[in-house]
Design a protein around this ligand. Structure first.
Ligand SMILES: *Cc1c(COP(=O)(O)O)cnc(C)c1O
Length: 396
């Protein structure tokens, strides 16, 4: 079985580039150039030096002793939460902004849901002195005020998307519309392994630094590059794609993708795409997505805005269908318990998205001698208001 993308942009039967004719030249320009530019020595040099000195890579691989004792196995945390801006998303925006510059683009657009990708994009635009426009649903602008403030402070223009449910998929539609209208000077930075080919492959390659570092760090700490399990949460699937990338063709490493069950898989308020989704086309690629009988996209739900997406990237649809990855889903309540558990056992407050991956540890059945790596995709600062609202600390 082949897990990398083929020359037409497919992972098995998923992927491709289903774009309106008006967008074809933009997508084609990118497809023709991305691998070539990414392979250039001066591109690699600039990217590596920014990842090291600006983002703070390599991120540590931390042996979580008390968490390991609790689950009677060996748990390592890949600390993407320690990246500049607090999550893995900047690995991708650094890569894409350097690509945009080499394509001669002067205007950057992006979509954002919770605002994390918007902040990561506004950050690299400030760094590179490029104009930045971020589309965001009106509802999300209200829910995620601190991130809107960050983007404004970084000099980005946040444009409200007022159509549909006024959330992420509507913001994405607005960004695509903008791109169609400004094909010459504009580059669209997509924030996950979704969208038309070559985006899923390109974003996976920019995030693959996660598993590249993991291999060297595991070799040093355990004597083997390969753990028994790699566990990551999946919204669109970029942090998971990065954590899985260099293990895709190593079947003895079990890959575990964790989705948000929301209030429960059968509650009607969920984002567990692998369970609830059917094949369809969303935002330019064929993948699994949550939809009604007549093909209308279903509104997803999760307490965590970063997992609140009705599809998954085509790589993950393929990993699910081929059985290469194990898919789990975790409810809001289980994720919240995992937040508190990591906080109290290890002194690390994780993002709500990340907590879904942590909550799956107990389901692995990992043995005492086995090694589990959890990709700690982000820190919990952005979720403090939710935590204060949901937990009753009673002053302790
Ligand atoms: C955005 C986000 C996610 C979900 O996005 P993926 O593309 O699935 O990785 C997960 N964790 C954090 C901390 C995020 O900000």
């Amino acid at each position: 079985m082949k897990y990398s993308v083929d020359e037409n942009g497919f992972y098995g039967k998923f992927g491709g580039a289903y774009v309106p004719e008006m967008l074809f030249p933009n997508v084609e320009e990118l497809r023709e150039n991305y691998l070539k530019i990414m392979a250039e020595p001066d591109f690699q040099e600039e990217m590596q030096s920014l990842l090291r000195d600006y983002v703070g890579r390599p991120t540590p691989l931390y042996f979580a002793k008390r968490l390991s004792e609790k689950y009677n196995t060996n748990i390592y945390l890949k600390r993407e939460d320690l990246n500049h801006t607090g999550a893995h998303k900047i690995n991708n925006t650094i890569g894409q902004i350097l690509l945009a510059k080499r394509l001669g683009k002067t205007r950057i657009i992006a979509e954002t849901g919770a605002g994390q990708h918007g902040v990561a994009t506004a950050t690299v635009c400030a760094l590179m002195n490029l104009e930045c426009i971020v589309y965001m649903g009106e509802v999300d602008i209200e829910r995620q005020a601190p991130n809107v403030a960050r983007m404004n402070m970084l000099g980005a223009t946040v444009v409200p998307a007022a159509s549909g449910s006024k959330t992420l998929k509507d913001a994405t539609n607005e960004a695509i519309r903008d791109w169609i209208n400004n094909p010459e000077d504009t580059y669209y930075i997509i924030g996950s392994v979704v969208g038309p080919h070559p985006y899923p492959d390109m974003v996976a390659r920019f995030q693959a630094v996660i598993s590249e570092e993991m291999k060297a760090q595991l070799l040093e700490k355990t004597g083997s590059e390969n753990p028994d399990y790699v566990v990551a949460c999946v919204g669109g699937g970029s942090n998971a794609a990065g954590a899985f990338y260099h293990y895709l063709d190593t079947p003895e490493v079990k890959l575990v993708a964790v989705e948000a069950a929301g209030l429960g898989i059968d509650s009607g308020e969920s984002a567990a795409t692998s369970v609830l989704g059917k094949e369809g086309i969303i935002h330019g690629s064929r993948t699994l997505l949550m939809q009604t009988e007549d093909g209308q996209v279903t509104e997803p739900y999760s307490i965590s805005a970063g997992l609140d997406y009705p599809g998954v990237g085509p790589l993950h649809a393929h990993l699910h269908q081929s059985g290469r990855a194990i898919f789990e889903s975790i409810t809001d309540e289980e994720a919240l318990q995992a937040v508190l558990e990591l906080t109290r056992l290890e002194g690390i407050i994780p993002a709500l998205e990340t907590a879904h991956a942590l909550a799956a540890i107990g389901r692995l059945g990992a043995k005492p001698e086995e090694v589990v790596v959890i990709n700690l995709s982000g820190r919990g600062d952005k979720d403090l208001a939710t935590y204060l609202d949901r937990f009753n600390f009673d002053g302790k």
